[in-house]
Ligand binder design. Structure first.
Ligand code: GLU
Length: 446
């Protein structure tokens, strides 16, 4: 059977780092098995769902390279939810409830106060047909709960957490439909997972108790539940995800100069003890993706590590991938020369300006100025070949006896206005003969 996974965001905001991890892992799980990765837009909440967020989700996934093999929208499936609801009603698996939120809250508090788990007491199941009719006549609209089967234990083998066992008597019957007829997340998700042929549900561990009740919903609808796996929470280096990091969206990462490859490389391995390898492309990451490698301890997201990875990724990016983001006039030679010095592609402009000039002439001591005057003369007398830097420094070494820093540093300072930077052998051909001569002469004379 082909594996089908899905990523099911609610379009009520931008995707943040936790969502991205879930999306990526579902993509990897599907790709590894040659299966399908589907996008499901969970937009049953019509008030909070916004079209601009749907567009942003698609854009963010595309930027990350996680292209779905299909897309579904819950708002197009209301008929299917109605059918399923009818099916559950005929089987006696849903029941109307009339408690107000205040009543429920009060009961919760009483139970908690007595040290008991705040499980819904099924008060509404005790209503007689007459009492219901009265409430109906008085215009009270019920909300609806799914009736858990207390006689069948809930069990599944979780792809990350191992064997799971829940006593349904220790769970509240979940509310699946509001008094205004609108749907909560629980039932539509099950109906869609069946309809979409989802074989593997991989999501955060905050969904474990939802899974427990959903397992019974699958059975109640005559379907086999998919495989479930629940990932440990994502935390920052301080033990919890900072507010800023937790809410950082894909576009924030992009604007901060983070490459999708860096984010993907890090998030693919986060939660495992496997090393993060920036040289692996998404296909290679998929090939080695293994749920069994994920532990139950919280996964630490370290921004410093993301920055290091980003630099490593930038150092490998081919010119064709970045050409559109480089300063005007900067070609492949320029990119190859400057790339090793960048942490972010956006810094290329700064170094390109060192090539195109003008550069600030450094204030050097008499000895260095005399040396630069000599360098200008040597350069003027030389042919400008394929490797002008080694030709120049070779000749100067011979003529002056200088070596190491004394040989190279004044030249670098005069030619770039800085003490460090890209390899001079790669930079000098880009600076060109005339500009190089002019810079040496100027630094010799200030
Ligand atoms: N829309 C749900 C969420 O974002 C989907 C959960 C699921 O994967 O079933 O939490």
């Amino acid at each position: 059977m082909t594996i089908t996974t899905r990523f099911a965001p609610s379009p009520t905001g931008r995707l943040h780092v936790g969502n991205i991890r879930t999306a990526l892992h579902n993509w990897l799980l599907a790709k590894q098995a040659g299966g399908r990765f589907l996008l499901r837009i969970d937009d049953t909440d019509r008030e909070r769902s916004r079209e601009e967020f749907v567009a942003a989700i698609r854009e963010d996934l595309a930027w990350l390279g996680l292209n779905p093999d299909g897309e579904e929208r819950q708002s197009a499936h209301f008929d299917a939810y109605e059918n399923a609801f009818g099916q559950l009603a005929s089987a006696g698996r849903v029941y109307p409830c009339y408690e107000t939120p205040q009543e429920l809250e009060l009961r919760r508090k009483v139970l908690l106060g007595r040290g008991l788990p705040p499980i819904y007491d099924r008060g509404a199941l005790g209503l007689t047909a007459e009492e219901r009719a009265q409430k109906q006549a008085a215009g009270e609209q019920p909300h609806w709960r799914f009736k858990l089967d207390h006689d069948s234990a809930i069990e599944w083998t979780d792809g990350i957490r191992g064997p799971q066992h829940f006593d349904p008597g220790q769970l509240s019957d979940p509310v699946i439909r509001r008094a205004d007829g609108s749907w909560l997340y629980m039932l539509p998700s099950v109906v869609d997972d069946v309809a979409m042929g989802v074989t593997d549900v991989l999501r955060g561990e905050d969904h474990v108790s939802n899974t427990a009740t959903q397992v019974q919903m699958f059975h109640a609808l005559g379907a086999e539940p998919p495989h479930f796996a629940h990932e440990a929470l994502l935390v920052g280096t301080e033990g919890k995800l900072s507010k800023r990091l937790g809410s950082m969206s894909v576009s924030d990462f992009r604007e901060a100069g983070i490459e999708p490859e860096a984010l993907v490389a890090l998030l693919a391995r986060l939660g495992t003890s496997d090393p993060v390898d920036p040289s692996l492309d998404a296909e290679a990451l998929a090939a080695s993706f293994d749920l069994a490698r994920f532990g139950r301890a919280p996964a630490r997201f370290d921004e410093a590590e993301l920055e290091r990875l980003n630099a490593a990724v930038v150092h490998q990016l081919p010119y064709a991938d970045v050409a559109g983001r480089l300063p005007e006039g900067m070609g492949e030679d320029g990119w190859d020369a400057i790339r090793p010095n960048l942490s972010h592609v956006g810094e290329a402009g700064e170094w390109w300006q060192v090539v195109t000039g003008p550069v600030d002439a450094p204030r050097l001591d008499d000895d260095a100025r005399a040396y630069l005057a000599q360098a200008a003369e040597v350069l003027a007398g030389q042919e400008w070949g394929g490797d002008p830097w080694h030709a120049l420094t070779g000749a100067l070494k011979e003529a002056t006896g200088r070596k190491g820093k004394a040989l190279f540093m004044p030249l670098r300072q005069a030619l770039t206005g800085r003490d460090h930077g890209p390899d001079m052998a790669a930079l000098l051909p880009l600076i060109g003969r005339d500009a190089a001569l002019e810079r040496l002469q100027r630094a010799a004379s200030v």
